[in-house]
Design a protein around this ligand. Sequence first.
Ligand code: HEM
Ligand code: HEM
Length: 493
Amino acid sequence: MENRPLEYDYTVAKMFMFMAIVLGIVGMTIGVVLALELAFPGVNTILGSGVAEFTNFSRLRPLHTDAVAYGFTLSGIWATWYYVGQRVLKVSLKESSFLMAVAKLHFWLYVLVVAAVVVSLFAGITTSKEYAEFEWPIDIAVVVVWVLWGVSIFGLIGIRREKALYISVWYYIATFLGVAMLYLFNNMEVPTYFVSGGIGAWYHSVSMYAGTNDALVQWWFGHNAVAFVFTVPIIAMIYYFLPKESGQAVYSYKLSLLAFWGLMFVYLWAGGHHLLYSTVPDWMQTMGSIFSVILILPSWGSAINMLLTMKGEWQQVANSPLIKFMVLASTFYMFSTLEGPIQAIKSVNAIAHFTDWIVGHVHDGVLGWVAFMVIAALYHMAPRVFKREIYSKSLMNAQFWIQTLGVVLYFSSMWIAGITQGMMWRAHDEFGNLAYSFIDTVTVLHPYYTIRAVGGLLYLVGMFMWAYNMYKTATAGRAVEEAELKNASPMGA
Ligand code: HEM
Ligand code: HEM
């Protein structure tokens, strides 16, 4: 048994792959609609006022952020977990009917939660906290979904054959623990139905925190949602898939551990940078700024480790579209983790806060790093789970260039828009009167908003190319056995 190659079970991995593709397309289509609404207000009224109510900016914005973060990204994380977990722990889900049932329940309950979120957000039911919009009944279901994932992680670890826990598993565990803690604390809420003796909707609630405390907890959560959804699990992926795809050993395993603990210690203190110049105590704001700048070290520690993994093998970047996705992802990770700390410096934040420069920062991170890495990971998995070759490498290559152009248009237009906006808001004459009214900035921003919409559209086109290529791979790719694929494994997984 020990010497025979294990037969892994990818049923649940495939189900989450499907969800990642569908929710990626849905979430980014909504993103493009939002971008169009900002460039051409009223565009959603074309289809009539009945549609307009459900497609106005405020209704769609949380649907976009939740669909891409908790839909596309989380599904990608889980698809990779149900693939990577078995392989690095050298245990198959086939060996435990209990863990297999947990994994399936995890998936189906998640689908129910997604449906509940879509219906409630379209209906305008929200707690109004960014990234934590779900009302308490959905929160409870989210906790159950999360616990099921935890059972899967620790269950597989419990029956593993491989004694050492590969670094990716550390990052998946940290994601599980980090999100559990943040989600529970930030969503402490009191259902108003019971407090007010049955008045109001049964699902409505108010936060247990008030005023400044509420803001502090919310941004401790918000910032670390970035850490534990957009960073830590994505690093888990790249530490597995880059060495696998390139056949190179991770450049420094020690550095990966050092960066891991660095991220864990520093990230949790940096959330104050979202509340600079607010009513939060000044020392907390300064602490947020300082920890943000320190965060460059562990972030770059991981990014440099990824890039150096390609040492001596740079020709692969030219030859393989999949390596291109991963190398550019690491580069964008470096980029956004330099940009973020700069924006966290108080005097810079005075110009950047509330402007489109922040939106630019968000999207060079999420499009260039998170989405590229999810796309790359699922492309690597496809031939191994479907036992078929990638349908079209040239389509993959074209997708890479179209999406790269999309990201560049997105963030460069938002940089110019944001800095212009920030400067115009502050400009004043010698008597201290503001030089511009708000509408002046709106007029100036119009071309940049249009460019962003075009960039977003290109990225979305790439998502459709990805979906098509994955579908064709699963159904019409040339049959191939795993042993035939380039699969050199420097870590024996
Ligand atoms: C060293 C790492 C990072 C630091 C210090 C940092 C810092 C910042 C700062 C200062 C803001 C603006 C706060 C404001 O004035 O409103 C911000 C916003 C944001 N960043 Fe980062 N960032 C980092 C990395 C990243 C990465 C890698 C991503 C995504 C992949 C990301 C996603 C976001 C998001 C989503 C927001 C917007 C939050 C909101 O207002 O809704 N950040 N970040
Ligand atoms: C086709 C691609 C995309 C387009 C066109 C797009 C467009 C937009 C637009 C127009 C906004 C609202 C900005 C505002 O309020 O001023 C937004 C916000 C946001 N998007 Fe996207 N988006 C895309 C992909 C993504 C992806 C893949 C993610 C994450 C994985 C993401 C995460 C976010 C976040 C976190 C915000 C809130 C930013 C903030 O509050 O500062 N987006 N997006």
